[in-house]
Structure formats: structure tokens, C-alpha cells
Design a protein around this ligand. Structure first.
Ligand SMILES: Cc1cc2nc3c(=O)[nH]c(=O)nc-3n(C[C@H](O)[C@H](O)[C@H](O)COP(=O)(O)OP(=O)(O)OC[C@H]3O[C@@H](n4cnc5c(N)ncnc54)[C@H](O)[C@@H]3O)c2cc1C
Length: 343
């Protein structure tokens, strides 16, 4: 039986960082990391569109629902600590205008390299192609797969999100077998699926909007219309509020800075000034052209030939549709496409 003072299951971001910290804290301890994929850190390479968004200088407890838990994490590991940690690996970071931290190299591969090289430098042993399917307590330690013995065990198997990158949820079964309780989980930071009748012509169109879920929750930012529903950061952010098996609607406000009254007046003025303006161009000063047409179809049934044919009482309807474009939510794209597991 192979023995180690500390065994880590899972060679993702958390497993690699934990292995480094374990070895730095207890240099004399033998540290063994077990990973079931052929290589460690596969998911890291996919993060931040291949750039790896390492953290955010503006991260604050009020951004999270479980503030007490997050407080505990931030007090021990602030974003500054994170930058110091990566600097200690020779990896420097840069923040964009919204405080998002990226490696100076702008490539996720350099984050993985820095973690891997530090593991090698410190003498962390990494064993790939090793799936841990069984763990039990024994002799003051842990026996894994009947062939590894660890005095201490760190489970870093990730959740269920993006299983093609290794996190197949098997870590939860291991933890349950050790007596831990696993709270219900759900896919999060994932695309929303909706009724697509209204948005069929909008595939690939991007817009900014405030999104509100009828069962509670709102976000703001970019949305991308797709053939299954909504993607883009605002839609993916909203996924954390989606309640499984509950009917809901997503309402998009494309012009949150204007009241419905203001918009009604603006549209009236625009149409009176140039009544020959083609209907499909009516809203191009406010939203992308294709979206403008979808909004007009939604509230008037069709895009008018010219704006001069629009009745005065219809400006209010158009303003409403721009501020409350509603789609029936059918669910999310699930764990396969999710970036994180909530729970
Ligand atoms: C497309 C995408 C983009 C993302 N972008 C960002 C971003 O820019 N910034 C950010 O902060 N987060 C981002 N995330 C989220 C981030 O990648 C994860 O939160 C993070 O990687 C989780 O790290 P982890 O080590 O906990 O789990 P994982 O990265 O899932 O690692 C778990 C590891 O354990 C292994 N494993 C699992 N079970 C076993 C087992 N039984 N035996 C042996 N090995 C096992 C897996 O193969 C895997 O290597 C993104 C996620 C995705 C999918």
C-alpha cells in the first residue's frame, strides 16, 4: 500500500493550491495528489475564455448570499493574499477597468504552469489517471481504493459543473461515505433556456439589459440571444436564482435608465419628426436593429411599414415592450455547460 502524510484527491485549481500550501506549511510531510484525468488542471485552461480570471479587486461579501461563510473565507484569503500567492509563484497579475484580475501573460496556461512547477519544486507527487472511487477511515487515517494510505486527506474533486473537465460529482459520494452531509446542488453560471418563439430571429444578437426573474432575482449586463434562449454574463448570473421545477418568466429591460413615460414621449417625438422612417429603423437609436424589430412584433404584432402609421396610444405599448420584454423560462443548460456548482 502506497503511503503519504497528506493525500489530495483532485488536481484542479483547489487541489494544486492546497498541495502547495500543505507542502509549504509542512515541508517534511509527504504530499501526494491523485487525479483521474491524464493531466492536472484541465478546467483552469478553459477559464476566463482562456485568460483565467483569477479574482476581482472589488469582490465584497455583499456580492454573496451566504455572507457569513464568505466573510470567513475573505478574512483568511483576500484578493490581495491571492495576488501575493501567485506572485510567490512568479506569476504577476493585472486588473481590468472592472477590477477583474488576469495573469499579465493573459493566458490561463501560465496559471496552470505556475501551479504545476511549484508542485514539482516543492516535491508534491502527482499521480494522474487515478480515479478515487472508495475511501474509508482506518488506523487514524484514510484508505483510498484499498491501495493508498493517508494520514490526512483533502478532497478537492470540484462539483458537478463542466464534467468533461473532470468534475463528475464523484467527490460528493466520497464525502458522503465519510459521513459528511451534502447540501442540494444545482448548476450555476449557466445559460438560460426559454421559449424561443419571440427571439427566433435574434440568434447571435447582443444587447445590454436589466434581467428580472419572476420568482425573485435580478442582474444587469450583456445578454446574448441564442437558438435555445439567453447567454451572456447577465443571463448566466441570473441562473443562480433559477429554482428547479418552478415555472418562471425572465423580463428584460433594455433601457433601464429611462422611465416608460420618458420613452413614450421620446418615441412620439421621433415619429412625428420623420413619419416616413421605416418601422424597422424606428428603434435603431436605442437597441440593435433586429432586437427593435422583435420588440415591435412583440407589442404590435408586426413591424409597421413606416412609423407614421403607428397610433399615438401604441407608443406606450412599445415603451412597455422595451422595458418589459418577457420570455418564459424553461430551465438552464444544466451541469454540462455550467461554470460552477451552487449549493
Ligand atoms: C468554461 C469555464 C470558465 C470559467 N471561468 C472562470 C474564471 O475565469 N474565473 C474563475 O474564478 N472561475 C472560472 N470558472 C470556474 C472555475 O473553473 C472553477 O470554480 C474551479 O476550476 C474549480 O476548481 P476545483 O479545483 O474546485 O475543481 P475542478 O477544477 O473541477 O477540479 C477538480 C479535479 O478533481 C478531479 N477529480 C474529480 N473527481 C475525482 C476522483 N474521484 N478521483 C480523482 N480525481 C478526481 C477532476 O478531474 C478535476 O481535475 C470557469 C469554469 C468554466 C467551466
Amino acid at each position: 500500500m502506497k503511503q503519504a502524510d497528506i493525500i489530495l484527491i483532485g488536481g484542479g485549481a483547489s487541489g494544486l493550491c492546497a498541495a502547495i500550501e500543505a507542502k509549504r506549511t509542512k515541508p517534511e510531510a509527504s504530499v501526494l495528489l491523485l487525479e483521474h484525468l491524464p493531466k492536472v488542471g484541465k478546467k483552469i485552461l478553459a477559464t476566463g475564455n482562456g485568460r483565467c480570471n483569477l479574482g476581482n479587486l472589488n469582490a465584497h461579501t455583499h456580492d454573496y448570499t451566504n455572507k457569513a461563510f464568505v466573510n470567513g473565507v475573505f478574512s483568511q484569503a483576500s484578493t490581495r493574499n491571492l495576488c501575493d500567492f501567485f506572485r510567490s509563484l512568479g506569476l504577476y497579475t493585472r486588473a481590468d477597468s472592472e477590477g477583474r484580475l488576469y495573469p499579465l501573460s493573459n493566458t490561463a496556461a501560465s496559471v496552470l504552469d505556475a501551479l504545476r512547477f511549484e508542485c514539482t519544486h516543492l516535491g508534491v507527487e502527482i499521480l494522474c489517471d487515478t480515479h478515487v472511487e472508495k475511501v474509508k477511515k482506518s488506523n487514524g487515517g484514510f484508505v483510498l481504493n484499498d491501495c493508498f494510505f493517508a494520514r490526512r486527506l483533502i478532497v478537492c474533486c470540484g462539483g458537478c459543473a463542466a464534467p468533461s473537465q473532470g468534475s463528475d460529482g464523484s467527490g460528493y459520494a466520497l464525502l458522503r461515505s465519510l459521513g459528511h452531509t451534502v447540501t442540494p446542488t444545482k448548476p450555476s453560471l449557466v445559460q438560460l433556456t426559454t421559449d424561443t418563439a419571440k427571439i427566433r430571429a435574434l440568434k447571435g444578437v447582443r444587447a445590454t439589459a436589466k434581467l428580472t426573474l419572476s420568482t425573485g432575482g435580478e442582474t444587469a449586463g450583456e445578454v446574448l440571444f441564442t437558438d435555445y434562449g439567453l447567454s451572456g454574463i447577465a443571463a448566466m448570473d441570473l441562473s443562480r436564482y433559477v429554482l428547479p421545477n418552478r415555472k418562471a418568466a425572465v423580463t428584460l429591460d433594455f433601457l433601464p435608465d429611462f422611465s416608460r413615460q420618458e420613452l413614450t414621449e421620446m418615441l412620439g417625438t421621433l415619429c412625428r419628426r420623420n413619419s416616413a422612417l421605416p418601422g424597422e429603423n424606428m428603434l435603431t437609436g436605442l437597441v440593435p436593429k433586429a432586437l427593435g424589430s422583435a420588440v415591435l412584433k412583440d407589442c404590435l404584432g408586426a413591424v409597421p411599414q413606416t412609423v407614421g402609421t403607428i397610433q399615438p396610444n401604441e407608443f406606450c405599448k412599445i415603451a412597455h415592450a422595451l422595458k418589459a420584454f418577457s420570455l418564459t423560462l424553461t430551465g438552464t443548460k444544466g451541469y454540462r455547460d455550467a461554470q460552477v456548482t451552487a449549493g
